[in-house]
Design a protein around this ligand. Structure first.
Ligand SMILES: [Fe+2]
Length: 384
């Protein structure tokens, strides 16, 4: 009898155990984000991740109260089914604030003739403001060489008055390498979301470290770049911004790239784009032109292959392009090279791995303030 009792307890336990294995009682939750990307005068891309496959959507509220629900589609199929969600919102007015809330509907079953939906997440409304090329002034913060020290990034943002910044620029080497996409979240995205990225965008210039590691190949999926390129331009206020992709620092045949680097030809392809870019109306007619590039383009100092390649090939194009300021990092040291001093006809401000830069632009001048991790003033420059 005792044996029979033990057996029935075991059977009950096993059936309950297998039943609990069959039932998925976890709620659909947002695991990272949302964060704003590729903001311009008429649109924005909103990115987030969920713990289960879902169909993403955005509820948008216009300043006059009008509402619109947005889902993207590709080749006739509504985007969805994965854990990483990216929704592009287009057709907006410049310099206008919109409310948005993210919506995700869980997919429980996805067959040819049967789709079951599960939980729905409707997040509380947030807001963003589109860029405005007609604005009279702007201010933003530049951060680089964080190398996954998210605590340091938090100090920069906290001590730099994030609420007053219109946007942020991440100027490369935000991670050491990308072996798993999770590194991007723990390294800097989660901190960025906690402080500002739900309501203000960050623009990204790839450094030489982002391409390293297996998941460096998936890097682009987690962000949104104009024209899907790491080199691009955008306009806000009196500034035309040119963002360049410096590539790796060592020669393509360096043993640590194991024959998988092709940066010289990629940089030359980018150079052809830059030659057209400096002739564009947006570039030529802008009041100020600011170049964002992780490796400084200088004709002097100790330079590895990547920096020398940029100086030799991109230097001559930028030299005559009336650049007002170049913002760089990479060297892990603060330095400033006045116009003409570094063999280039533009000033170069190099920010270290222990400081950030606040930039204020108005009709009279560009003002750059370099601050340490605690917000203390390291240096200040004005360009008129
Ligand atoms: Fe670097």
């Amino acid at each position: 009898m005792k044996r029979f009792y033990s057996l029935s307890v075991l059977i009950t336990f096993l059936s309950l155990y297998s039943f609990s294995q069959m039932i998925d009682n976890d709620n659909l939750v947002i695991t990272h984000g949302p964060y704003l990307q590729n903001l311009d005068a008429s649109g924005v891309t909103i990115i987030w991740t969920t713990n289960k496959p879902a169909v993403p959507g955005i509820s948008l509220t216009y300043p006059d109260g009008l509402k619109r629900f947005i889902r993207n589609s590709h080749d006739g199929i509504i985007d969805g089914g994965g854990l990483l969600h990216k929704v592009r919102v287009e057709g907006l007015e410049a310099g206008t604030t919109y409310q948005y809330s993210i919506n995700s509907i869980q997919i429980l079953k996805y067959q040819a003739y049967k789709i079951y939906y599960g939980d729905t997440i409707d997040m509380k409304p947030l807001s963003f403001t589109t860029l405005n090329p007609k604005a009279e002034k702007t201010n933003f913060t530049v951060v680089n060489d964080v190398h996954e020290y998210s605590g340091k990034l938090a100090s920069y943002i906290r001590n730099g008055n994030p609420a007053a910044q219109e946007f942020f620029i991440y100027n490369g080497d935000m991670v050491n390498y990308v072996q798993s996409p999770e590194q991007l979240f723990t390294g800097f995205i989660d901190t960025t979301v906690a402080y500002f990225a739900r309501t203000r965008a960050f623009f990204y210039a790839r450094g030489n470290h982002e391409a390293r590691g297996y998941a460096g190949r998936e890097f682009k999926n987690y962000f949104d770049f104009r024209d899907n390129r790491f080199y691009y331009s955008f306009d806000h206020g009196p500034v035309h911004f040119v963002v360049l992709d410096c590539g790796e620092d060592k020669p393509d045949d360096n043993r640590y790239y194991y024959g998988l680097a092709d940066y010289d030809s990629y940089r030359l392809e980018q150079l052809e784009w830059l030659k057209k870019e400096v002739k564009s109306d947006a570039f030529r007619k802008a009041k100020y032109r600011i170049v964002i590039v992780h490796m400084p383009i200088l004709n002097e100092g100790s330079r590895g292959h990547g920096m020398k390649f940029l100086a030799d090939n991109f230097g001559p194009v930028l030299k005559t392009a009336k650049i007002n300021l170049m913002l760089s990092g990479h060297t892990h040291r603060n330095s400033f090279h006045a116009r003409g001093e570094a063999g280039q006809e533009y000033p170069v401000l190099v920010n270290s791995n222990n400081s950030f830069v606040e930039i204020y632009v108005d009709k009279e001048k560009i003002r750059a303030v370099v601050r340490d991790v605690n917000g203390g003033n390291i240096a200040e420059y004005e360009f008129r």
